[in-house]
Design a protein around this ligand. Sequence first.
Ligand code: FMN
Length: 391
Amino acid sequence: MVFVKAKFQNIFRYLFGQFYRSILRPIFFSFPPELIHDFFVFTGHLLGSAKIARSVLGFLFAYQNRKLEQDILGIHFANPIGLSEGFDKDAALLQTLSSVGFGFGQIGTITDKPYSGNPKPWLTRLIKSKAILVNYGLKNIGADKILTRITKYTHISTPFGISVGKTNCAETVETELGLLDYINCLRKVATSGLGDFITINISCPNTFGGEPFTTPDKLHLLLTAVDKIATAKPIFVKMPISISDEEFDKLLDVLSVHKVAGVIIGNLNKDHKDKNIFDKIPPGSKGGVSGIPTQELSNNFIKLTYSKYRDRFVIIGVGGVFTAQDAYKKIRLGASLVQIITGLVYGGPQTIGDINYKLVKYLDADGYENISEAVGVEHEKINNLQYDRTL
Ligand SMILES: Cc1cc2nc3c(=O)[nH]c(=O)nc-3n(C[C@H](O)[C@H](O)[C@H](O)COP(=O)(O)O)c2cc1C
């Protein structure tokens, strides 16, 4: 029966993928991206609210295999693929995640006070680059409403993280007030007891006053305050990627002396002139770039983090994941889990199951019984090569 279902899902994913790319995507891409984003969130929310829809979606999309299961920081993940921060800003999709095949998700980034968004455009498709220029600026309905909304859900069957940022407004630009704003939001999240882990987003490139907590001393200040918050939930930090290796390393040094369990590598690419951007971005455009132009940067920092810190940090890899090969690369470089947004927009919702299915094929080919065995193996190869060279 399991074999027949897997075969059926395989054919379905193939056909749906063709249909998405040749029919649905051209239709969606003929409308403004913000409208399509809202449509997906609205439809996803509706589907997640009905038991029958969840069951049908689950049957069609959710690929399961025990080789993909992991227990990390006391949390059980059915598979390593998660929805990245920013797609489900106001926690509308928590009941839908497992049905479409995700092993986990993140909501937000949420902030203490609501924010209605930066001046539009919020999203620009960069089709030649397989990317999106994102300029929401941490738009969300605010922590109070979002946390209340989550308490009403009765069918959340994946672990999820709550991404917390600093309210995007002029008042929080000053360090003390910015810090207070972060801590207010974190306290609300911690006392709510909701979510399985908490993510501190220090790296949104589209906010008033920039990224005030991405220098080592300011980050130390923020994390010293975070350490004092009473919570048993693991804390992750979402890292910037448009910085040098040295700067990244210094931030990791700071994280390592605080109660930080993991790092998410990483956020959007701030460099509009990146060599992997092939679309013309009009001068003066605001926002950070997702998709392929984040892939190499993310992989480089995953490698750097794992090679220096090994098990000290759980790494969640994100940036430019479109295929199982992309996800497997991040895992082999040291990521235990992988997140995605842009790959879904370009590839369609069956991409999640497709990645999971093919990850199992990679594991079989490499002789691993579980995905956790593949985490960081690229480093052994690198070490062995270095060893060989010294012979
Ligand atoms: C529409 C959109 C909104 C995003 N909003 C957030 C956000 O609120 N907080 C955050 O930490 N990252 C945000 N991101 C960044 C993503 O979480 C992710 O780090 C980045 O897009 C790279 O992954 P991808 O190539 O799979 O999209 C956003 C990305 C997109 C495409």
